[in-house]
Design a protein around this ligand. Structure first.
Ligand code: NAP
Length: 281
């Protein structure tokens, strides 16, 4: 599994990680098996949130990583309505308890809410001083929000922006990726399979993925994941509750595509015009 420096942390993080939204809605034991299969294959970046399953997903993740905490780059998120100065600290402590760990590798603001960004960032900085988080970032931030956070926190504090990015939703390429690259901030692509809406093999784009995959003894989803992390700033976190799916996704970690193949995917799934608002789920 390829690893890359994660924003200003310079820590080597797996390019493909594991999402956990809705993981606990099916068979919990199977979701844990999938998570551990993913870890075995190097997908050590695990993304969760206090929102998912109202905390039950963090408990499931805690069970999944038990005994393997040191392998994992563990990320969770505070809900905007909890993101006051004291609320952020309390939410983080609840997440740590559910996850059965003393620290998060990165803690994110899930999306921009009503609490002043100054307060959330002050709480993040406090948590980092106390060793409860090793770094912090944001999610669903467009450029004006990123500018504001950067202004408040100063250089090199904000390490990542987790945003919607898949073949049929490439809005972040217009301004968010360029801003993040200019400021050394990692971009984490969420819902890389369109949250369950992956292009079928009978569609034109799906056919292109299939052809490229066949040339590498790979799968269309592996080609899609590789396209989504074709730039050094990019990471991705597909969610798989099925262990076979997890293994397939991890297989993209070492897939290499030629420039011509990347150009074919680019053409098959045009990025479209810049939307007025950053799309999010
Ligand atoms: P996704 O990863 O785009 O798609 C998940 C779906 O794809 C599931 O139905 C999964 O099925 C299926 N799948 C995964 N691998 C597969 C494979 N190899 N073959 C066939 N099907 C496969 O959707 P997502 O869960 O929305 O996004 C990923 C993660 O990003 C989330 O879990 C969450 O951690 C994060 N996220 C963050 C935000 C945010 O606001 N920050 C928003 C959305 C998502 P099975 O589960 O049955 O394997």
């Amino acid at each position: 599994m390829e690893r890359r420096p994660f924003g200003p942390t310079q820590r080597g993080v797996a390019v493909i990680g594991q999402g956990t939204w809705d993981s606990e809605s099916g068979d919990r034991q199977e979701a844990i098996t999938a998570l551990r299969r993913g870890l075995d294959r190097g997908m050590t970046h695990i993304d969760t949130a206090e929102m998912y399953g109202s905390g039950t997903t963090e408990e499931m993740v805690g069970a999944g990583i038990a005994g393997r905490r040191d392998e994992v780059f563990l990320v969770s998120k505070v809900l905007p309505h909890n993101a006051s100065r004291s609320g952020t600290v309390a939410a983080c402590e609840r997440s740590l308890t559910r996850l059965g760990t003393d620290w998060l590798d990165c803690y994110l603001l899930h999306w921009r809410g009503a609490h002043p960004l100054e307060d959330t960032i002050a709480a993040f900085e406090q948590l980092q001083r106390e060793g409860k988080i090793l770094s912090w970032g944001v999610s669903n931030f467009d450029v004006p929000d990123l500018e504001e956070a950067w202004e408040i926190a100063g250089e090199g504090r904000l390490v990542c922006n987790q945003v919607l990015y898949h073949l049929q939703e490439r809005a972040i390429e217009h301004a968010v990726i360029p801003w993040c690259e200019e400021h050394g901030v990692a971009v984490v692509a969420y819902s890389p399979f369109g949250h369950g809406d992956f292009p079928g093999s009978r569609t034109k784009g799906g056919g292109v993925l299939q052809e490229i995959a066949a040339a590498h003894d790979a799968t269309p989803r592996q080609v899609a994941l590789r396209f989504l992390m074709r730039r050094r700033s990019l990471f991705t976190i597909p969610k798989a509750s099925n262990p076979e799916h997890a293994a397939e996704n991890a297989g993209a970690g070492d897939l290499q595509l030629t420039e011509a193949e990347l150009a074919r995917v680019d053409e098959a799934f045009p990025r479209g015009p810049c939307p007025r608002e950053l799309p999010m789920l």
